[in-house]
Design a protein around this ligand. Structure first.
Ligand SMILES: [Zn+2]
Ligand SMILES: [Zn+2]
Length: 55
């Protein structure tokens, strides 16, 4: 596979950014550039709502 890997949130797009808080590799859609956080840490994730676990 290629270097880097997939976004750890959607696992559908290429991870291009690293969260300053948790270190997760995330795609542009799941990275808050103003905060430097991934969507999970920035609280901007819109998948399933709060409390939903992956899988
Ligand atoms: Zn993503
Ligand atoms: Zn994070």
């Amino acid at each position: 596979m290629s270097v880097g890997g997939l976004c750890q949130i959607c696992e559908a797009k290429e991870g291009r950014f690293t969260c300053d808080n948790c270190g997760a590799l995330v795609c542009a859609d799941h990275y808050d550039e103003s905060e430097g956080f991934c969507a999970r840490c920035a609280g901007t994730i819109e998948e399933g709502g709060p409390g939903r676990t992956l899988e």
